[in-house]
Ligand binder design. Structure first.
Ligand SMILES: [Zn+2]
Ligand SMILES: [Zn+2]
Length: 355
């Protein structure tokens, strides 16, 4: 209901008086009518507020002057009153993760989300600041459109043409560059089977794999659905560590000669992977209390903490759970001890003192 209230507020104070005024020129009325046609397309009040905010400090446009000359209210005039009533809902915005795979969205909804407010704005919409977009939305028309966009395999791979002007598919155009210069940027693909459909189906998140160039000079992105990439790239951290330790064991067992010859040809720059991990949200009071109890002395070997922390000058000791949290140990003072780094490492990688 609230987004309707906000729309009515704007219509009643600015748009309707303007449209029925005999003093306002037709050109200004055309602009007002265009604005009026956009208002009902807003689904969330925060999106509408973002739209209204554009009129703040845009300077004196023709419409602004003409409204003033006809003694009518402008957006600027109502802005403060509008925000008094609706400003508290400014955070109710459409977000990237609101889009649901398989659902349909109108072109207007997508340009509102991209804050472009123009249905002729082209197929590639940048989300976030234009110099540093956080995502890209593409509207793909698969037949009857300007370009022969097509599934290479549905829904994993899409041939999607770069933005062009007068047959030039420049990789430097802002929209194309946003995808090419940010290989990790998520590309949200919305498609319609042909240009007579008024809405687009959301197909999911993609990444650009390569830019292909055709003999006629046209260029297209090969967009690959990220879900197809993710499982290959994302490794669980513990698994990564265990796997690495196994490989070290194998490397130790092999002959030194083989190892030295492998080292000669090895890549000097390690590849990177994205990892995921699970962590315990430990109780800070347990840590603070156990450190207090230790009074700067290792509760394992009885020696003094080896150094003081840069952060606060306190003695450096580590809080260890005697029965590990991963073994079902409790995060309580009674199950925790403050130990020096040597005792702590020994406990994890050498003979254990506590169980
Ligand atoms: Zn110790
Ligand atoms: Zn530990």
């Amino acid at each position: 209901m609230r987004v309707e209230d906000a729309r009515l507020f704007i219509e009643q104070k600015v748009l309707d008086p303007a449209l029925s005024s005999p003093d306002l020129p037709d050109s200004a009325k055309a602009t007002i009518r265009n604005t009026r046609s956009w208002l009902p397309r807003f689904r969330r009040i925060g999106d509408l507020i973002a739209y209204m905010d554009r009129f703040k400090g845009t300077g004196e446009t023709d419409v602004y002057r003409e409204l003033k000359a006809a003694d009518l209210l402008t957006f600027e005039d109502i802005h403060d009153d509008f925000m008094d009533v609706f400003g508290k809902f400014a955070s109710e915005r459409t977000r990237l993760d609101d889009f649901v795979v398989g659902e349909r969205y109108t072109g207007s909804e997508l340009v509102i989300f991209a804050e472009v407010y123009d249905n002729r704005s082209g197929g590639i919409l940048l989300i976030g600041r234009s110099g540093n977009p956080q995502a890209v939305l593409v509207k793909a028309t698969l037949s009857g459109g300007k370009y022969p966009n097509a599934w290479i395999s549905e829904p994993e791979r899409l041939r999607y043409y770069l933005k062009s002007r007068k047959e030039v598919f420049s990789e430097a155009y802002v929209e194309n560059a946003a995808i090419i210069k940010n290989p990790e940027i998520p590309v949200y693909v919305f498609y319609r089977t042909d240009d007579r459909e008024s809405s687009f189906t959301f197909s999911g998140q993609y990444r650009n794999e390569t830019v292909h160039k055709e003999p006629d000079g046209s260029k297209w992105f090969e967009l690959v659905r990220s879900e197809a990439i993710a499982p290959r790239n994302r490794v669980e951290e513990g698994e990564l560590r265990r796997d690495f330790l196994k490989k070290v064991a194998v490397a130790k067992r092999g002959s030194r000669q083989d190892r030295l010859s492998r080292l000669k040809n090895a890549s000097k720059r390690p590849a990177k992977v994205i990892t995921s991990s699970t962590a315990y949200l430990r109780n800070p009071d347990v840590v603070a209390e156990v450190l207090f109890r230790s009074n700067g002395t290792c509760e394992g070997c009885g020696s003094k903490a080896p150094f003081k922390r840069n952060a606060d000058g306190s003695p450096y000791l580590e809080v260890h759970h005697m029965k590990h949290l991963s073994e079902g140990g409790e995060d309580i003072v009674e199950n925790a001890i403050a130990v020096c780094p040597n005792c702590h490492r020994r406990e994890h990688f050498g003979p254990r003192n506590w169980h």
